[in-house]
Design a protein around this ligand. Sequence first.
Ligand code: TPP
Ligand code: MG
Length: 1037
Amino acid sequence: MHRLRTTVARLRPFTAAQTAQSISQSRLLVVERSLRTFQLARCLNTSVTAEPFLNGTSSNYVEEMYYAWLENPGNVHKSWDIFFRNANAGAPPGAAYQSPPSISGTSQGLASVQTLVGAQPNVEKLVKDHLAVQSLIRAYQVRGHHIAKLDPLDISCVDFDDAPCAVGFQNVEFSHYKERLCILTAQGLYGLAESDLDKVFRLPTTCFIGGDETTLPLREIIHRLEMAYCQHIGVEFMFINDVEQCKWIRQKFETPGVMHFSLEEKRTLLARMIRSTRFEEFLQRKWSSEKRFGLEGCESLIPALKTIIDKSSQNGVESVIMGMPHRGRLNVLANVIRKELDQIFCQFDSKLEAADEGSGDVKYHLGMYHKHMNRVSERLISMSLMANPSHLEAVDPVVQGKTKAEQFYCGDTEGKRVMSILLHGDAAFAGQGIVYETFHLSDLPSYTTHGTIHVVVNNQIGFTTDPRMARSSPYPTDVARVVNAPIFHVNADDPEAVMYVCNVAAEWRNTFHKDVVVDLVCYRRNGHNEMDEPMFTQPLMYKQIKKQKGVLQKFAEKLITDGVVTAQEYEEEVAGYDKICEEAYARSKDKKILHIKHWLDSPWPGFFTLEGQPKSMSCPSTGISEEELGHIGNIAASVPVEDFTIHGGLSRILKGRANMVSQRVCDWALGEYMAFGSLLKDGIHVRLSGQDVERGTFSHRHHVLHDQNVDKKICIPMNHISPDQAPYTVCNSSLSEYAVLGFELGFAMASPNALVLWEAQFGDFHNTAQCIIDQFISSGQAKWVRHNGIVLLLPHGMEGMGPEHSSARPERFLQMCNDDPDVFPKLSEDIAVRQLYDCNWIVVNCSTPANLFHVLRRQILQPFRKPLIVFTPKSLLRHPEARSSFDDMLLGTHFKRIIPDDGPAAAIPEKVKRVIFCSGKIYYELTRERKNRGMDDAVVVVRIEQLSPFPFDLVKAETDRYANADLVWCQEEHKNQGYYDYVKPRIRTTVNHTRPIWYAGRDPAAAPATGNKQTHLMELHRLLDTAFDVEAFAGKV
Ligand SMILES: Cc1ncc(C[n+]2csc(CCOP(=O)(O)OP(=O)(O)O)c2C)c(N)n1
Ligand SMILES: [Mg+2]
């Protein structure tokens, strides 16, 4: 038969050296703890005094010697040979070592060794055979999964045509299983012969197949190992560094009789299989030409998830947050999350009207939140399935962030109450880099969710591509090995095996609070979707699939044969569920309106009115009292703990801050401090995450102080503002944008009462997280009616640093704004708030610390949540003019959407020749140049601080005021970048197309900035020349 190289086909037999290596890897920790780690045959503890040469530093050497000796005793010196023989023959500590012969004559030591070994003529054979048995056991533990029967189609067997694939070996001839074992060990039975099969061997303490017995005949040893490791479950775990964890897993799979289920459990399993299978069949019957990405071929996913949830609920979990792709999503909504069936069925009606604002999403992307009583644990459990885009795996970090937030807000520091489950397709799990990035968050203190259970629907295909073209790793799950997660491969056509591994996975998480992967090896009965013809591309696989009996049918037949249920009971259960579907279908016909609100994955109880509207349409002043400014400023300038030595340079920085506070001014860092500190004081949690955010990429922030003498002794002054403040989280992230931004977005979803910020190291790095920005942040509310107040801090500015590190690409964010450039909004009292409410996100470039302070506080004080994109400065962080007085931050003050010019020209507006509109740092270059040119009376410079939603009303006030002036947009970015394309039509609309908007800025370019400093300065001079040449546009139209 043509064999597809799928799950394991790329694997090759282990060489003895590899076996030794893997054993030695897994034993690394033992080496530290127990000196005689090399000894496989007996209990390993011995004292250093008895064998002083076996100390920590030499243990690696001894271990190497041991493995060399194992391969061939002649590989090592005679004295080592004797030592290992004696040790393995059971010599007590201190007795195994015999000193080598003296040069001069006879050796006392050797003579006595010969006595010891020689006294038992068969010892050598015995030792050899025991070692062989132990190597064999180890080979099963390490590589048993290679020959387990994981593939229900039986087409993914190891690439050796003659390797038997039958489950178990008990019915196979010795010659057959010898061959089979060759795959495992490369050495067959390590020299053991058929005649040894009935010999009894002592079992190592690292093996649990004996149950209560410590010895077993070889035949039984092999049989039990086959049963534990080579049936429908393949356990991949021996790469895990922690010996206790390895031992725990061995116990779970080796202990005889572990896979026992009660009649009740089997019946429940059957009922779940019925629901899973009949749900898809029902959809197929009713809507045969609709895409639904059905689960057929992996129906056991539903009992798998339910088992994980039951077990976790029994262990105390109260909230499960799930992320999953398209495959089987409706089934999961119906049968795991328990969404009402009529709500699902009505989605298939093309005449269903959308009731909500926004554009909505297709049915297999919507999220869901539901709280119910878990029938097994009899405890309440809330379940949410996160809405997600088509972009596979993008939701992974978002789920993790939301999970972390829920844990954080309920004080669940160990993940005992809240957990996440992530589902994956085999192709996406192996192919998408975000999976790897997300795994790397799993053990970081500020990002860990204390273990995620990953379930892979491994249908051995991705759309039309089979695994040999889709990945370079043997399994789709290999990425999980980087974090030492155990991987349980299981044949999804065996629901009991699936249930067993899911139980173990849930227990694993509950015990170790680490990630674990369940790989459901299955198939996809139909094409990629129900409309697709799979025979075009996978003819042989699909010939096999067509012959394949459905898993429910197989399982039901088995249970009926075993007398667990009768045929009649089974049929009644099927009919019962079909009836439930029919009744829901009838009800679904009454539904005429779709409320996406009903599909919210993260409701914020109490934040909106019952109708889902903001409770007001106004935003209070974002200023704070003088006293508060002073207090927070003093905290920012101090080390609020005793006995803490900070760096001298930092002392100077803090002194500088203290000076500013005494002079009632803020620089950029202090402005940010005031915003965070005041929100914290009011009980709003603030979380700032990103690469090197604790100090700040530009060394301006210093939110975490490090004692110069004591490792890990840190102080976060922001947490010393007031005794009843909310906690401040500031965390340097892993070097990832995609996962970390996704994580923070998820964190921000959990609660409206938190300011969650992600800072890019430089603004342009956001593009490696583009999917989170496009698919979630800019469009999330429109698709899923879900508000989110995440803040992106994107350092931006043309400072001669080259093509990268210069531009945060404002044009991209502005291009995604949903405000209409051609419509001047209706003027009203609350226009500013209304505009904010209507927009998809807010884009600002603040030029003063006070404005940054206000815009950050406004994020929380406004009565709804919107993402905020802030282009933050670099050189302005230390610019002497980029400072704000406390006066601009006091109670009664607000964020300024634009900052009009208040210089001499503003006093005589009719004389003004030019209004230069600009945004961000270029303002300071413009005003300096204006001064140098003596043009303070002739030109005004107006800063647009909030680019989107565009402040039409305030810009109009400026254009009206300077009615005789020409209007120029000036930017430091290139013409095809920056803000120009966004602001130009909007200013034109503002002036009703009566006046042109001229451009002063860099020419269009492919790269964001030049790499040449000279060119950079020349470009700057040129654009300033244009900006201040009042004749520059004369005669042009
Ligand atoms: C990031 C991304 N790239 C491409 C696609 C298009 N696409 C949709 S499903 C699919 C195959 C997915 O295969 P797999 O992960 O094995 O899931 P399955 O459909 O087999 O359950 C592809 C390539 C996508 N949705 N997302
Ligand atoms: Mg697949």
